[in-house]
Design a protein around this ligand. Sequence first.
Ligand code: PLP
Length: 403
Amino acid sequence: MPGRHFLHIPGPTNVPDRILNAMRAAMEDHRSPAFPKLTLPLFEGLKRLFRTKTGTPFIFPASGTGAWEAMLVNTLSAGDRVLSPRFGQFSHLWVDLAQRHGLDVVVQDEAWGTGASPERIHDALRADAGHAIKAVMVVQSETATGVASDIPAIRRAIDDAGHPALLFVDGVSSIASMDFRMDDWGVDGIITGSQKGLMLPAGLGICCVSPKALEAQRHARTNAPLRRTFFDFEDMQRSNKDGYFPYTPSLPLLHGLREALAMLEEEGLDNVIARHRFLAGGVRAAALEGWGLKLCARELKWYSDTVTAVMVPEGVNGADLIRRAFERYNLSLGAGLSQVAGKLFRIGHLGDLNELMCLGAITGAEMAMRDLGIAVRPGSGAAAAEEHYRQQGGADAVAKAAE
Ligand code: PLP
């Protein structure tokens, strides 16, 4: 098909030309004396991205799933109890991974379309007088439903319960696009992948770990350690301190990461976050005001600024709509997963993105809906989004508001 493909799934996201060009690098000796010049600043850049002074970042040649695994196997022992709210496919998969590693997972099921409940977390921790629960695992932006959980409120819930559990956060679809503050929010472990807000291809599983979680690692080693070789933090730390890796790293992705971090810093992290909120507002306006459809996220407080899951009307299969958008309009939308398969479509709005790109996705989705006979007024989604984007004064106003 001529013209550009419109990639509007919530990851992988569009890779900017600057990053593609940066990755066109000749292979080099990853044990050379020059190599740390590339790598050591990456660790510092990641600390700024996670807003931490005391955290230790790790970069694995893996995806977000690998980062999940790395976080758990390094800090917990076999049979340890963890608490995990589950409200979408990705929180479900993290629970599954923990269970397969032999952890005793206390699952707090929440309705899909809502998120982690600080109150229920508080109550569960309060009831755990013996402090058997070693960690609370929360997905900040549940990509399957477009729901954001309130991480600072969860931190407060843990503190109010007077409980020492570690707080682990999945930031795969929130890091580098939604607010995240590792130190201020008291997060012990954050994980992400390269293919979303970082605007890179998939292939890096990134973690950052607090001193308390590193301490837990030592403990986990002497107890009944979970098995780890590839994902061993200690092996990484031994090599990373001098700018090396215990095995062959992905050089193009490291070059790309350097460029991605530079781009995020040039724009300014606060501006990046404000831009995502601003763009998300237009997509939500299209769905709610323009098309008159419901979102999977039930209330404003649950809205994720990186992905919007739009419920399709009764009797319509969301998968047909996604297929139509792909085959006819060269537009990729995200599918409904598991419990919500066929019931919704997802518009990803994160990464290297602006107003007109969002309008393209909105218009493409709208045309596909009309092709399927869904009664949406022609142009209504784009009109609602346009009003949002114009009235808000655009990127300049966003930048000023973030100052
Ligand atoms: N967590 C969340 C919130 C995700 O959205 C995803 C993937 O989309 C994952 C974890 C798994 O990441 P990956 O597919 O990179 O392994």
